[in-house]
Design a protein around this ligand. Structure first.
Ligand code: RP5
Length: 167
């Protein structure tokens, strides 16, 4: 794959399973990405290093997935003008509501585009990142169209099977 255009940051190794659903979508769409564990509290210097070099390395969108107090996306947004997409993750005693509020409630000035909690959020983050890149990439736009067409076809097929079973 060529140089990464999307950087996916995970707050912890425990976020891997859910966030890899987004990585899979980027792979399907042929969007080069890189993924790594960058904790805002355990390894803040590593976050700083990665984010400060991201734009000059060709990365155009950052996705940050974290759970619990979930300050990762905000910490990333504080350090870059690249668009930052936050994915709040469940797993804590509050099932992701804590992460949702921490991610979505950024004070004015440092936007984080916040997705749904968990796997749907990870998938939508990848699709939104691809859509941002597709603004300047007609081939990617076509691959996104094809992706949506496949989704529509699968929904119609599921509906037909459901009708058949209930005849
Ligand atoms: C957050 O706390 C991580 O993003 C993870 O979702 C949650 C729990 O992390 P671990 O204690 O499993 O490393 O920082």
């Amino acid at each position: 794959m060529s140089d990464p255009r999307v950087g996916i940051l995970l707050g912890s190794a425990s976020d891997q399973e859910v966030m890899s659903a987004g990585a899979e979508i980027l792979r399907e769409l042929g969007v080069p990405y890189e993924i790594g564990i960058y904790s805002a509290h355990r390894t803040p210097d590593r976050v700083e290093e990665f984010v400060s070099q991201a734009a000059s390395r060709g990365i155009r969108v950052l996705i940050a997935g974290a759970g619990a107090a979930a300050h990762l996306a905000g910490a990333v947004a504080a350090r870059t003008q690249l668009p930052v997409i936050g994915v709040p993750l469940a797993g804590s005693a509050l099932s992701g509501l804590d992460a949702l509020l921490a991610t979505v409630q950024m004070p004015a000035g440092f936007p984080v585009a916040t997705m749904a909690i968990g796997k749907p959020g990870a998938i939508n983050a990848a699709l939104l990142a691809a859509q941002i890149l597709a603004l300047h990439d007609i081939d990617l736009r076509q691959r996104l169209d094809a992706w949506r067409a496949r989704e529509a076809k699968a929904a119609v097929k599921a509906s037909e099977e459901l009708s058949k079973k209930n005849r």
